[in-house]
Design a protein around this ligand. Structure first.
Ligand SMILES: Cc1cc2nc3c(=O)[nH]c(=O)nc-3n(C[C@H](O)[C@H](O)[C@H](O)COP(=O)(O)OP(=O)(O)OC[C@H]3O[C@@H](n4cnc5c(N)ncnc54)[C@H](O)[C@@H]3O)c2cc1C
Length: 413
């Protein structure tokens, strides 16, 4: 089977890796170098238990604040409000309790075993040093602050997440001695992990695709090729690349290639930022997340990465440097002693987000030959390895254990 994978982000690469390993003839097409989209600069958290969708019951109350506070953890600039309105309506609609329960169930099925799936790929590529299995730590100022997030934590625990509650700063410091901020409650998630360099991880998987006989070519796809009601390949500036199957894994750009086929997907970029501090002067064993604004403070192999914040604004508008600067404030709240001189340039990436927090995975019923693997939102690194394993199984057999129906593109009508 000849398969084209459109997009060499971590999702496309893990899919290509499993397809090549399963015996398919794989060609990955991307206008950029492998792993340089959102996959390059994320916080590195591998969060298999993060099954609570972004839109939880009560989310409607937060929307006015999103509009008003440009420094909020989640910001929707007034200029983009009209563009984002249809997406936001769907987002709020997906916060109904019954829908939230169904989404969590589907996410649990996809992300269950994510750590093992990452380990499997990296072990075969001789790069297990890329992941740490030392858990993640969330910080709350007190029980009142925790109460606002309690619904999400309960949901995660119902799906099997182990959470250890650390009461008081000394208990928190027993785990991470450098924390100095005013936090009285820690939530330690022992079974989650992290990548110490998401870009290198993507590059390792890309090399693995080639080692397994696949090809990675730097060429943007200008259109999906169709003939006789089927998708038959991909068009690039060099012409038609034929294939038996095409997997669309172009992250936040995926909707653009679907639109000419008459498929409208409510895919929005939630723009996120990071700054790297090569010499912050603090030592961490795991990602630490102060709950105030949910920024990740992640130890990487090349320094400390502060990553997070959500900004609506689309794929074309230039980055907002202020969003990155806010991350330094987040750092100072938990680590006032951290050194920020020598801060490297900030980075912005596009999280590919669907309003129900579920990616689009699986075959497209109206277009035989076309498969989707995009829209992993805030969990694309986590979900990439299991997505690759599941899609390759669904395409090459034996059928995977996961029901792909909740992830179908057809759910958007
Ligand atoms: C600040 C930030 C922090 C994050 N932290 C985490 C985290 O801690 N844990 C986690 O699990 N996730 C995290 N994420 C989310 C994660 O990074 C993304 O969900 C994931 O990288 C998406 O991967 P992808 O392969 O779908 O997209 P991308 O990595 O964006 O790759 C898409 C690729 O498609 C290519 N492409 C686009 N158009 C075309 C075309 N026409 N033809 C060919 N190729 C095309 C692009 O060039 C790009 O290389 C974070 C994201 C951000 C921004």
């Amino acid at each position: 089977m000849r398969v084209i994978v459109v997009g060499a982000g971590i999702v496309g690469l893990c899919t290509a890796w499993h397809l090549a390993r399963g015996g398919a003839e794989v060609l990955v097409l991307d206008g950029q170098a492998p792993g340089t989209g959102a996959s390059a600069g994320n916080a590195g958290a591998i969060s298999a238990g993060s099954v609570a969708p972004l839109a939880m019951p009560g989310v409607l109350k937060q929307v006015p604040q999103m509009l008003l506070d440009p420094d909020g953890a989640l910001h929707l600039p007034a200029r983009y409000a009209l563009r984002a309105a249809p997406w936001l309506l769907r987002f709020v609609a997906s916060a109904r309790p019954a829908r939230v329960a169904a989404i969590a169930e589907a996410l649990a099925g996809l992300l269950f075993g994510a750590m093992e799936q990452h380990r499997l790929i990296l072990a075969e590529e001789g790069a297990l040093d890329l992941i740490r299995e030392t858990g993640q730590l969330y910080l709350y100022r007190d029980r009142a602050q925790y109460a606002k997030d309690a619904g999400g934590w309960v949901l995660r625990q119902q799906h099997g997440m182990r959470v250890e509650f650390l009461e008081g700063l000394p208990a928190i410091q027993a785990l991470e001695p450098d924390i100095r901020g005013d936090y009285q409650l820690g939530l330690f998630i022992p079974d989650q992990g992290s990548s110490v360099n998401p870009l290198r991880q993507a590059q390792v998987v890309a090399r693995g695709v080639e080692r397994l006989g696949g090809t990675i070519r730097q060429a943007a796809v200008t259109a999906l090729a169709t003939e006789g009601g089927r998708v038959t390949g991909a068009m690039t500036a060099a012409g038609l690349e034929p294939a038996d199957r095409v997997v669309l894994a172009a992250g936040a750009w995926s909707a653009r290639l679907l639109a000419p086929l008459g498929i409208k997907v409510p895919l929005e970029s939630q723009r996120g930022y990071h700054v790297m501090l090569p010499e912050a002067g603090i030592t961490l064993q795991r990602p630490v997340v102060p709950a105030d604004r949910k920024a990740f403070i992640s130890p990487m192999e090349h320094g400390l990465r502060l990553a997070g914040t959500v900004e609506f604004g689309g794929l074309e508008h230039p980055p907002t440097p202020r969003r990155a600067e806010l991350l330094l404030r987040d750092l100072a709240m938990a680590f006032p002693q951290a050194r920020t001189e020598g801060m490297r340039e900030f980075w912005m990436g596009h999280r590919p987000c669907l309003p129900d927090s579920l990616p689009v995975l699986g075959p497209v019923a109206r277009w035989p030959g076309l498969w989707c693997a995009f829209g992993h939102g805030h969990l694309g690194l986590t979900g990439s390895a299991p997505t690759g394993a599941i899609l390759a199984q669904a395409m090459l057999g034996p059928a995977p254990n996961l029901d792909l129906a909740p992830f179908a593109v057809e759910r958007f009508g």
